[in-house]
Design a protein around this ligand. Structure first.
Ligand code: TEU
Length: 549
């Protein structure tokens, strides 16, 4: 019997940009509570809150200064308790983001460690007298000299985010205690931030690249997760998803196969690097559609065959808006947004909807660097200009790839600040907020929003979506992505035309399938859906799901 979360859909909330009930520039927990009726109507089963803990906000909360305290910007523990209770009344479970690869350098542990070399917390971090040549994922060296400590500390991300030493059993116990603290307050799930980076080799070898091959899926990572499972998750109903940076299929099978008692499922990002020419993020470039299908198909087939479980997603708070990236945010915004949703929600795994994705929010196209807030983006701007790149090239890359593309305020209605807050938001609204918002779509059955709502409902109605295998019929087609999901009892066909032209293709397996019995159209984004047949013809950005059972 499948655990119920295999029919679930998880909605990701970036509280800073979701809704403020207190009339602040940043969102708050009361604002999330105020929007629970909408989330219940949408049909999602979980909400994943990105970090809400006390933080100096250098990395918007991924720099935690106190794991046990709610940041006053978001409210207090009473607000959190109310949110959990109100969500539960609506059948929605709460998943918290746990950031334990690193803490903020303002965390008490780090502040004590740097002052007292003999304090037990000194060894909660990774100190060296001299740095190796590893590079930070946010640019520049991965070691920072701390004059108070008299040593260098490792930071795979910003200098304000000091990596924790997971080889230290006391550190692990402190993390496990913190996780139990939140479970005791009604949390039922965890998203584990870059959890596959926590195990570093003791000798920190020099690298001919940036060092990631030594700490990614590191030497004791599975051992640490199995201990976490034993000491935190075992005996409890806890849903866990690991964010796996630069990982492998084999490791993700091991992270998520139930008999290994590590995590429930894994995020990986290989499909979101198909517009990184030679692996370089900060270049404005088109995406490779064939590579996108190849990577997603490899992970679908591999995880299904290996007994793992995918967290499937197009975007999150770190990625550009998918309708701008893989769809058409211009004339075909609505059909392409629905197509992207259909392509994703037909896959094996648990689908994630990132706030605003369900209404087809697009990249804001900010032209001025002063409009950006993201530390990774601002570091890139500084470093790329220092490397001599022309400003227009740098800004073109930032407009396309910045994480701020996904962090503009949620667009609720056409009122002041798009209904996000009565106060001017911490970051500019996207320019299309008067036209693209929840209120404009809530009563429109042909909207992107209603399409998402129908897809979310399908996952509970048709077991083939959870249990089916995966087989792509068009791996090399320049515009079509047509795949099958099959169980002995049913076959689902997901057919998508990722182009602005009508495309025709003969696919014999569709004719054979159509001959086995009537095919029902489960969902489509154009009227008058064609019947299932070998001779497939799809209109611009047309997506159809047929079911034969
Ligand atoms: O992101 C991990 C990560 O690698 C990100 O840098 C992301 O993949 C990259 O920015 C995409 O270009 C997690 C969090 O999701 C992110 O918000 C944090 O900044 C990061 O970890 C550090 O905690």
């Amino acid at each position: 019997m499948n655990p119920t979360w295999k029919q679930s859909v998880i909605y990701q909330i970036y509280p800073k940009s979701f809704c403020s009930a207190h009339g602040q520039a940043t969102g708050d927990l009361a604002g999330v509570t105020a929007r629970l009726d909408y989330l219940q109507w949408l049909g999602v089963d979980w909400i994943w809150l990105t970090p809400i803990y006390l933080s100096p906000q250098r990395d918007n909360g991924y720099d935690v200064a106190d794991y046990l305290a709610i940041d006053p910007r978001y409210g207090d523990m009473a607000d959190f308790t109310r949110l959990v209770a109100e969500a539960g009344r609506r059948g929605i479970q709460v998943m918290l983001d746990i950031v334990v690869n690193h803490t903020s350098t303002e965390h008490e542990w780090f502040q004590t460690a740097r002052r007292e070399r003999d304090h037990p917390w000194r060894d909660f971090y990774l100190w060296r007298d001299a740095p190796n040549n590893w590079q930070s994922k946010f640019g520049g060296p991965a070691w920072e000299y701390d004059p108070v400590a008299g040593q260098y500390y490792l930071h795979l991300f910003d200098t304000s985010q000091a990596d924790l030493n997971w080889a230290n059993p006391e550190l692990r116990q402190a993390v496990f205690a913190m996780m139990r603290y939140w479970l005791e307050r009604g949390v039922r799930g965890f998203r584990l931030d870059v959890i596959n980076l926590i195990s570093k080799p003791a000798d920190f070898p020099e690298d001919d690249s940036d060092g990631r091959r030594f700490y990614t899926d590191g030497p004791q990572v599975h051992e640490h997760l199995q201990q976490m499972h034993r000491e935190v998750f075992a005996g409890r109903e806890v849903l866990t998803v690991g964010e796996m940076s630069s990982t492998t299929l084999e490791h993700c099978i091991h992270y998520s196969r139930p008999d290994r008692r590590e995590l429930s499922m894994t995020f990986n990002f290989h499909h979101l690097k198909v517009d990184y020419p030679e692996g370089r993020k900060w270049v404005a470039a088109p995406y490779d559609f064939i590579a996108l299908k190849r990577i997603l198909s490899t992970w679908q087939e591999g995880m299904h065959a290996g007994g793992g479980w995918n967290a499937v997603f197009w975007c999150n708070h770190d990625q550009p808006r998918v309708v701008s990236r893989f769809g058409d945010s211009g004339a075909w915004r609505v059909p392409s947004a629905k197509l992207l949703a259909t392509a994703l929600h037909g896959l094996q795994g648990t689908p994630y909807v990132y706030q605003g994705e369900e209404i087809g929010m697009a990249n804001p196209g900010f032209a001025d660097i002063a409009q950006y807030r993201d530390v990774e983006t601002l570091n890139a701007h500084r470093l790329l200009l220092a490397a001599g790149l022309p400003e227009d090239e740098v800004m073109a890359a930032i407009r396309q790839k910045s994480r701020d593309n996904a962090r503009t305020p949620m667009q609720w209605d056409a009122g002041p600040n798009a209904g996000f807050s009565s106060e001017a938001p911490w970051i500019d609204l996207a320019p299309d907020w008067r036209e693209v918002n929840v209120a404009a779509q809530r009563d429109d059955p042909d909207s992107v929003l209603h399409h998402y709502r129908r897809l979310i409902a399908l996952r509970k109605r048709h077991p083939v979506l959870a249990d089916g295998d995966y087989h792509c019929l068009t791996p090399d087609h320049p515009a079509l992505w047509v795949y099958l999901r099959r169980t002995p009892a049913a076959t689902l066909v997901v057919a998508c035309n990722f182009s602005g032209e009508t495309v025709a293709e003969t696919l014999p397996p569709l004719g054979e399938l159509a001959a086995t019995g009537p095919a029902r159209t489960l969902i489509a984004n154009h009227p008058d859906t064609p019947p299932l047949a070998a001779a497939l013809q799809l209109r611009p950005w047309e997506a159809v799901m047929w079911l034969v059972d």
